[in-house]
Ligand binder design. Structure first.
Ligand code: ADP
Ligand code: MG
Length: 465
C-alpha cells in the first residue's frame, strides 16, 4: 500500500510522463485525431517502467492499436526507453466522474504495448488481432477459409502449397493470411513465419541491391518455415524482384516450407508476371473470396459492433447491411464512422445518425479520390517526381505517366477537363481529351497497358478504402 505522499508522487510522475508522450504524439498526428483519440486518455500511474493509462472503452484501444501502434511504440520507446511499456486500462462509463478505485478496475485483460524490442532477431509482422476466431464464415469465403485453416494447422504438409487466395478489395484476404500465420505460431511458437506485402518486399530488395546485401536478403527469406506475401499483383512488371522471388519460392517449396500468397486476381490474369512464376502458383491451391451476401454482412456487423461493446438494434444492423454491399472494409468503415460520430457529438446511435453515416460513407469513396492522390500514385508507380507531370517534359515515360494520370483523373474524379488540365501544368482541355482517348485505345489492344491501369487503379482504391 502506498502512503499518500508516495502515491501523490507517483501520480505526478505518471502525469508528466504522459504529458511528454502527448507532446510527441501531437507533433505526428492531425489535431482532430489528437483531440479525438489521444486527449481522452488519462494517465493512471507509473511504476517501474510501465505507464498505465485509462481509456474510455474497448473501441478506443482497438482503434489506436490499429491506426497508431507504431507511433505509440516509438513514442514510448523515446520517452521511457526500450524497456518501457504502456498499459491500457478501460475506464468504465460510471467511473468517468468519480476518482477510480485503482485496484478494482478492469475485468478486461490489460493490453500492453511494449517498446520495440531491439534484441529480437526479426519481426513476423503479423497482426495478432486477425484470427480465425473473428473471421466470419459465409458462402463467399467458405472454401478460402477452410483451405487457410488447414494450412494454418499443418503448414507445408497439405497439397495447398502455395495457397493462393484472390479476390476484390476489402473482402478479407489480408485478414485470412494473417490468421494463417497467427495459427502457425500459436501451435508452434518457434516456427519462423513472416508476413510482407509485395510492395515492401520490392522496396527491401532494392535497398539490398543498393547496400550490396542481396545474398543476406535472399537467405533470410529462404530460412522461413512460412512465407506470407500479400498483394502479389504488385510484382507485375518488376522482373528482377520476380526473379529473386522465384528462387526463394523454389528453395522453400523444395524443402516443404509453406508459401501463402494473396492477389486481386487469379494467377492466369497476372499478365506481366513471368510464366514460370505463374506456373508455380498453379502447383498448389487457388481459391477466391467473393463479396459477402446479406447474411454474412449482417453477421459481421453484429460481431464487430459487439466487440466494440455497443448494442445496435436489429433494424439498424439490417439497414446498414442492406445499404453497404460492396465489401467488408466499407462495412467496418461505416461502423467506425458511426461510433466516431456518436462519440464526437455525445449522441446516441439512433436511426437518423445511421442514415446520415451510411450516406457519408457511400459518397465518400468518390470524394476521397483527388487528382493529387492520383498524381502521387502514378508517380510512385513510374518512379518519377511529381513536378515532372506539370513540366513541359517530353520524355516518353513522362508523357505516358501524364496521360495515364489525366485519364484516371477524368475516370475517378468529378473534375472537369479544364480543372484536370490546370493540375497538369495548365494544359489545355483538348490535351486532356487526347490523353483520354490515347489511353483508352492503348488499353484495348495492349495488355501491358491494361495491366498497368488496373494495378494503378487498385492502388488508388486501396489508399482510400
Ligand atoms: P482485403 O485484403 O481483401 O482487401 P482485408 O483482409 O483487409 O481485405 O479486410 C478488410 C477488413 O474487413 C478487415 O478489417 C478485416 O478484418 C475485415 N473482414 C474481412 N472479412 C471478414 C470476415 N469474414 N469476418 C470478419 N471481418 C472480416
Ligand atoms: Mg489486403
Amino acid at each position: 500500500m502506498l502512503n499518500t505522499a508516495e502515491s501523490l508522487r507517483v501520480e505526478k510522475e505518471a502525469k508528466d510522463v504522459w504529458k511528454e508522450c502527448l507532446s510527441l504524439i501531437k507533433e505526428n498526428v492531425p489535431n482532430i485525431t489528437y483531440n479525438t483519440w489521444f486527449l481522452p486518455i488519462k494517465p493512471s500511474d507509473f511504476l517501474g517502467n510501465t505507464l498505465k493509462v485509462f481509456v474510455p472503452n474497448n473501441f478506443f484501444i482497438e482503434w489506436i492499436e490499429q491506426h497508431y501502434n507504431t507511433l505509440i511504440k516509438n513514442t514510448v520507446a523515446q520517452v521511457l526507453g526500450h524497456e518501457g511499456k504502456l498499459l491500457y486500462v478501460i475506464l468504465e462509463e460510471k467511473e468517468h466522474e468519480a476518482e477510480p478505485e485503482k485496484n478494482t478496475l478492469p475485468d478486461r485483460k490489460p493490453v500492453i504495448t511494449e517498446a520495440a524490442e531491439p534484441q529480437k532477431e526479426f519481426e513476423s509482422c503479423l497482426i495478432t488481432k486477425y484470427t480465425f476466431d473473428n473471421f466470419i464464415k459465409g458462402e463467399g469465403n467458405q472454401l478460402a477459409r477452410a483451405a487457410a485453416y488447414a494450412v494454418g494447422d499443418s503448414p507445408g504438409s497439405t497439397s495447398f502449397n502455395p495457397l493462393f487466395i484472390y479476390g476484390g478489395v476489402g473482402l478479407g484476404k489480408t485478414h485470412l493470411i494473417h490468421a494463417i500465420g497467427n495459427k502457425i505460431l500459436e501451435r508452434a511458437p518457434e516456427k519462423r513465419v513472416i508476413y510482407i506485402s509485395s510492395d515492401a518486399f520490392t522496396v527491401e530488395f532494392v535497398e539490398a541491391i543498393q547496400s550490396n546485401t542481396v545474398n543476406d536478403f535472399s537467405s533470410f527469406y529462404k530460412s522461413m518455415d512460412a512465407l506470407i506475401i500479400d498483394d502479389i499483383q504488385f510484382l507485375v512488371g518488376k522482373e528482377k524482384t520476380q526473379d529473386l522471388f522465384f528462387h526463394i519460392f523454389n528453395t522453400l517449396h523444395q524443402s516443404g516450407k509453406q508459401i501463402i500468397l494473396s492477389s486481386d486476381r487469379p494467377p492466369k490474369d497476372l499478365k506481366g508476371l513471368s510464366d514460370r512464376l505463374v506456373s508455380r502458383f498453379l502447383w498448389g491451391l487457388q481459391t477466391d473470396i467473393q463479396p459477402p451476401d446479406l447474411e454474412t454482412r449482417t453477421a459481421i456487423l453484429k460481431n464487430k459492433s459487439e466487440s466494440y461493446g455497443i448494442n445496435l438494434s436489429r433494424e439498424i444492423v439490417e439497414y446498414i447491411a442492406h445499404n453497404i454491399t460492396s465489401n467488408i472494409r466499407e462495412l467496418e468503415g461505416c461502423l467506425v464512422k458511426l461510433l466516431a460520430n456518436a462519440s464526437l457529438t455525445s449522441r446516441d446511435i439512433d436511426f437518423e445518425l445511421v442514415k446520415k453515416t451510411v450516406r457519408e460513407v457511400s459518397t465518400n469513396k468518390q470524394v476521397n479520390i483527388s487528382i493529387e492522390l492520383i498524381t502521387k500514385v502514378v508517380c510512385e508507380y513510374f518512379e518519377l517526381e511529381e513536378n515532372k507531370l506539370r513540366e513541359k517534359n517530353r520524355r516518353k515515360e513522362v508523357v505516358l505517366a501524364r496521360q495515364i494520370a489525366m485519364y484516371l483523373a477524368k475516370q475517378l474524379t468529378k473534375s472537369s477537363l479544364k480543372t484536370i488540365g490546370l493540375h497538369f501544368g495548365g494544359r489545355d482541355h483538348s490535351t486532356v481529351i487526347h490523353a483520354q482517348t490515347s489511353v483508352e485505345e492503348a488499353a484495348k489492344t495492349d495488355f501491358k497497358m491494361k495491366e498497368m491501369l488496373d494495378s494503378i487503379k487498385s492502388k488508388i482504391e486501396l489508399s482510400v478504402a
